[in-house]
Design a protein around this ligand. Structure first.
Ligand code: PEP
Ligand code: MG
Length: 611
């Protein structure tokens, strides 16, 4: 079907400008028509109709086609595995017999005088939203079935395609979705998706982290956008202030065009710092490196002026295949990365699937509390076959460039010792095989569990460096799910408990003369940067697009003043006192950068700061 051409400026089709406000998670301003994906299905286009009877018949045809397919699926499942599985599709068929569908939709067509697929979508969305508010978990679970049926019916309006996958738009668009998984984000076609906005999500969810790493402007936590927006509505996505503006007026469009230009100019200024170091005004050097998830991000790392890769989240491979790649495949990839980053270092973080990240064989069993479950080093120590393959692959990459490795989700020194002993076994195995590898590899522990932070000195005695994963450290210390928008305001990186824990970690590392880095999102928070420098952090690792901003900020700071700030913050009893102290320093030393970070809003955008 030919698609209408939408141009900004001529936009709106008479509809009023609407501003949806959420949380900005990845900077940038983009303009374009929206593609709306409700929980799993896209909003159809909406248009007025004259012939109600014809539209009602189209609806009837779509229902009939859906029933036929469901019946076929039921028979197929029954022939494979008996009655039980077939019942799923019986339940789906019952949805189609519901009076809300059979009478509600024709009534909506008659009253709204809009196309049948849109009326069906609107009626079902309304119904689903009411069901989701019901506290009964059984009913809430049923919404997944209904979602599924709705998708099928919507696809069946298109008689040419009796296909099973929803259609991706073939034009550039802003994606608005109820939620996006990290894998969907990673798989996005960057030529078509200009930016995205979701109703769910938070700053430290891996979807948001990926958006920042990949440089895709993004906003999360937008309320009601999915339901209220229409497919192809012209929009502006503002990833600085966290806004999605639908049907913008010509004045709004020109205001945003100007803003976009200003940002681009400032970015061009920052890019000139590429070859300079992250050195404070009193000559303290901070190693500033980049976090990556995919090999293709190395282009961005190159351009950013980062000193190597401080965190390679290796689990994101799993997105690309059904099973863990074997030692050979991993060794090839790690070697390419090490070679490309040389002479700087790349630190591979061993597998940390679980939590909100990639599911995949053999990690796919659902867990009641995934963030407290079988993830990180726990998984690796239980699945030593997979762990050792990965360790050997990393050691082999050491022959191609400078590599380090670190273990995620360490909760105590025993896990580190066990992991190191497996590493030693891997060295012997490679040596016996006569394969080229390095023994000269820095081994680190991630500190992201409060118990590990408390015994950091003991862990430091076993390793070459500590890297603080603040995303998890905050989640576990203040007991706030990092991906749940409902409790997002309680996620406090500047909580006194966190600041004191970070100090304990740095002290533990200094006792053993090893370095401490921060690789969680807090490392890129310009408001808290003076505090991290003052606490004595040696390394910061941030998404590549953030590197120039952080570098410029470090270059404007005085480490003595930062140390005084840290002293005051360590005595503060409340988050807001710490934030105030940090804000005073940050907005005095680099007001322009704070403005750039937040797109002109007064509150910093990239840290979860409580109101
Ligand atoms: C962290 O927890 O801060 C971290 C860097 O690891 P991830 O975000 O991948 O859990
Ligand atoms: Mg983590």
């Amino acid at each position: 079907m030919p698609r209408p051409v939408v141009r900004l400026g001529s936009m709106g089709g008479g509809r009023k400008e609407m501003v949806y406000v959420g949380t900005p998670v990845s900077r940038g301003i983009v303009f374009g028509p929206v593609h709306v994906v409700a929980r799993g299905f896209s909003a159809p286009e909406v248009y007025p109709i004259a012939n109600v009877t014809r539209e009602t018949e189209r609806f009837g045809d779509a229902l009939r086609r859906t029933r036929r397919q469901l019946e076929g699926l039921r028979e197929h499942m029954e022939s494979l595995s008996g009655n039980e599985e077939g019942r799923i599709f019986e339940a789906h068929m019952l949805v189609l017999e519901d009076p809300i569908v059979l009478t509600g939709v024709p009534k909506a067509i008659e009253e709204r005088r809009q196309n049948a697929e849109y009326c069906f979508y609107a009626v079902m969305q309304n119904q689903l939203e009411s069901m989701r508010r019901i506290p009964d978990p059984f009913l809430r679970d049923r919404t997944t079935d209904i979602d599924d049926v709705c998708q099928r019916v919507l696809r069946n309006f298109d008689t040419e395609h009796e296909q099973n996958t929803p259609e991706e738009p073939d034009h550039q668009h802003i994606l608005v979705a109820y939620d996006l998984s990290p894998s969907a984000t990673a798989a996005m076609d960057r030529r078509q998706v200009l930016g995205f906005a979701t109703e769910q999500g938070s700053i430290t969810s891996h979807t948001a982290i990926l958006a920042r790493s990949l440089g895709i402007p993004a906003v999360v936590g937008l309320r009601n956008a999915v339901f209220n927006l229409h497919a192809l509505d012209p929009c502006i996505l503002d990833g600085y202030e966290g806004k999605l503006i639908s049907n913008p007026t010509p004045e709004t469009v020109s205001k945003y065009r100007e803003l976009e230009e200003e940002h681009q100019q400032r970015r061009a200024e920052l890019d000139k710092l590429r070859d300079l170091g992250a050195v404070t005004t009193d000559e303290r050097t901070i190693t500033l490196s980049a976090n990556i998830e995919f090999e293709h991000e190395l282009d961005l790392v190159d351009r950013s002026g980062a000193e190597g890769v401080g965190l390679f989240r290796t689990e994101f491979f799993l997105l690309e295949s059904e099973e863990c790649p074997d030692e050979e495949e991993q060794a090839a990839l790690y070697s390419r990365v090490a070679e490309r980053v040389a002479p700087s270092e790349v630190i591979f973080r061993t597998l940390d699937a679980g939590g909100d990240k990639v599911p995949g064989e053999p990690l796919s069993e659902p867990e009641p509390n995934p963030f407290l479950g079988w993830r990180g080093i726990r998984f690796s120590l239980d699945r030593q076959d997979l762990f050792k393959e990965q360790l050997r692959a990393i050691l082999r990459a050491g022959a191609a460039g400078r590599v380090g490795l670190m273990f995620p989700l360490i909760s105590g020194v025993g896990e580190v010792r066990q992991a190191k002993s497996l590493l030693a076994e891997c060295m012997e195995e490679l040596s016996a095989r006569g394969v080229e590898f390095t023994r000269d590899i820095a081994v680190g522990a991630m500190i992201e569990v409060p118990s590990a932070a408390m015994v950091a000195a003991d862990i430091a005695a076993e390793v070459d460096f500590l890297s603080i994963g603040t995303n998890d450290l905050v989640q576990y210390t203040v007991a706030v799910d990092r991906v749940n928008p409902r409790v997002a305001k309680l996620y406090r990186s500047a909580h006194p408990g966190i600041i004191r824990l970070i100090k304990t970690v740095i002290d533990g590392a200094s006792q053993h003369r090893i370095w401490t880095g921060v690789c969680g999102e807090m490392a890129g928070d310009l408001t808290l940067l003076p505090l991290l420098v003052g606490l004595g952090v040696d390394e910061l690792s941030v998404g590549a697009p953030l590197v120039p901003l952080v570098k410029q900020a470090v270059r404007l700071l005085d480490s003595g003043e930062c140390a005084e700030l840290a002293r005051q913050c360590l005595q503060a009893g409340e988050t807001k006192q710490i934030l105030q102290l940090c804000s005073e320093v940050a907005t005095t030393v680099y007001p322009e950068l704070i403005k750039e970070e937040s797109g002109g809003a007064s509150a910093p955008s990239f840290a979860a700061h409580p109101s």
